[in-house]
Design a protein around this ligand. Structure first.
Ligand code: AMP
Ligand code: MG
Length: 450
């Protein structure tokens, strides 16, 4: 069952229902169409630490056993277990200490029965030894108290069994084994595994470059002096921040004025390197909304009404780059909240596809609403909420003030988007809703590997 269907089911018994406009695309339909234009990008060699949260593009094969040799799991004494059959807490067996092995050393002496070797954690177990007796099971402490310096003899109080306190060669990973398959998401543990195989870089599907162009005669860049009639270009920053959060590389491609020339100039620059172009504003029906005209001329464009609130108007298409590539273009609405919510629903999964990830659904939780969410016109509502744990332990969701699509502060403090389905007119306070968690990584399982 898709997420979409589950919303319907969850709200089946609600009294407030209305019909939605079937001419508009659902979020799922729009997303499916958009994602059909994207594919996984090529792999590149990435410095190990930079590969965090990328998807592995090669099988990682162990060139050697891990651990590479049998080694001690404890600080203590390497012994021949059969020497100690009669040892116990009350009757120590005293043996000569023949030599000692530290971590990183390779002992070239064989341990002879009737003697022991002092050994440190991680040090290779010498030939001849088959067990390690930890310090705690010897009389070393008593000897020290009595002033002994380097021990040439030691009392052992444990009837050691062969294999005790020894980590065998290849116990974790055997040479030749595929340790991590191509397609694995590189979590911190996977980065560690690659390092343990001696790798300082890996092949991973590369991060897309996402060019961001804002359009509008009213826009000023942050840092410029405030001017009457103008507003600051916040969309480029909120969208670039989302691009970064989802692992891609934002390319700040500037502001285009509401003229065809200006937009074409910005686009030409962006298309030199971008894997995807995101524009904001200029896709509604106003006189100065030139984005649609330019795109129709320089590529292929579809303008859609998506059955969602905020962010009904959405443009999507491809742009022709000089080198012949067709670069996908996502045209976001200009309203700051609409731009962000639309990017979450359509831009984020596109980045995931390019990076080789296959989980598209934002993880959601069920939470009890503190205040009602209204749906005036049969679109899916994404209400900005703060999800918090109530005193009784359950999750609750409080809306973040005005739900106007221009009020970016409502998005700034929100950690979730509460969903009111297309065909539900109102969800009352006290009812339970699905909330997409904005700050959580994508789904419980990501990557197509194990
Ligand atoms: P438009 O889609 O051009 O009609 O813009 C819708 C609303 O979003 C208008 O109030 C614009 O001023 C505003 N807006 C457009 N672009 C941006 C931007 N880059 N940053 C902040 N607000 C914007
Ligand atoms: Mg405009």
């Amino acid at each position: 069952m898709t997420q979409h269907q589950s919303h319907h089911k969850a709200h089946h018994d609600r009294p407030h229902r209305h019909h939605y406009d079937a001419e508009m695309l659902s979020v799922e339909e729009a997303r499916e169409r958009i994602l059909s234009y994207f594919e996984r990008l090529e792999p590149s060699e990435v410095d190990l630490l930079d590969a965090l949260d990328m998807v592995l593009a090669e099988d990682l094969v162990a060139p050697f056993d891990v651990p590479p040799m049998a080694n001690s799991a404890m600080d203590g004494y390497a012994v021949v277990a059969s020497d100690l059959a009669a040892a116990s807490e009350t009757s120590a067996i005293e043996l000569p200490v023949a030599f000692s092995v530290a971590a990183g050393q390779v002992p070239d002496v064989t341990l002879k029965p009737g003697s022991v070797a002092r050994i440190m954690t991680g040090a290779p177990v010498p030939d001849g030894a088959d067990s390690v007796v930890p310090f705690e099971d010897t009389d070393e402490l008593e000897r020290r108290k009595n002033g002994a310096q380097g021990e040439d003899r030691i009392g052992l109080k444990l009837a050691a069994q062969p294999g005790d306190n020894i980590r065998q060669a290849g116990e974790d990973i055997a040479a030749g084994e595929v340790v991590l398959k191509a397609g694995t998401l590189l979590r911190p543990g996977a980065i560690g595994v690659a390092a343990s195989l001696g790798r300082n870089s890996v092949q991973a599907y590369r991060r897309p470059i996402v060019a961001i162009i804002s359009t509008g005669d009213e826009l000023l860049n942050p840092g410029e002096d405030h001017q009457p009639g103008k507003i600051y270009n916040s969309n480029a920053y909120s969208i670039a921040a989302e691009v970064k959060r989802y692992g891609a590389v934002p390319l700040m491609a500037g502001i285009a004025r509401d003229t065809i020339d200006s937009l074409q100039e910005r686009l030409a620059e962006a298309l030199e390197t971008a894997d995807m172009v995101v524009t904001s504003a200029g896709v509604s029906k106003g006189d100065y909304d030139v984005v649609k005209d330019v795109l129709a001329k320089n590529g292929e464009i579809a303008l859609w009404s998506v059955r969602m609130r905020p962010a009904k108007p959405l443009a999507f298409g491809t742009l022709d780059a000089d080198d012949g590539r067709k670069v996908p273009h996502l045209g976001l609405p200009g309203n700051p909240v609409s731009a962000m919510v639309a990017f979450e629903q359509f831009g984020r999964p596109a980045i995931h596809v390019m990076m080789g990830r296959n989980e598209m659904q934002k993880p959601s939780v069920r939470a009890v609403l503190d205040d009602p969410v209204n749906n005036y016109d049969g679109r899916r509502v994404y209400a900005r909420v703060v999800v918090y744990r109530s005193d009784s332990g359950g999750l609750r969701a409080r809306t973040t003030g005005t739900q106007s699509s221009g009020a970016l502060t409502s998005m700034a403090v929100a950690n979730g988007l509460a969903i009111c389905p297309d065909d539900v007119a109102k969800i009352d306070a006290g009812e339970t809703v699905d909330v997409e968690m904005l700050d959580w990584p994508d789904e419980v399982f990501s990557g197509f590997g194990p």
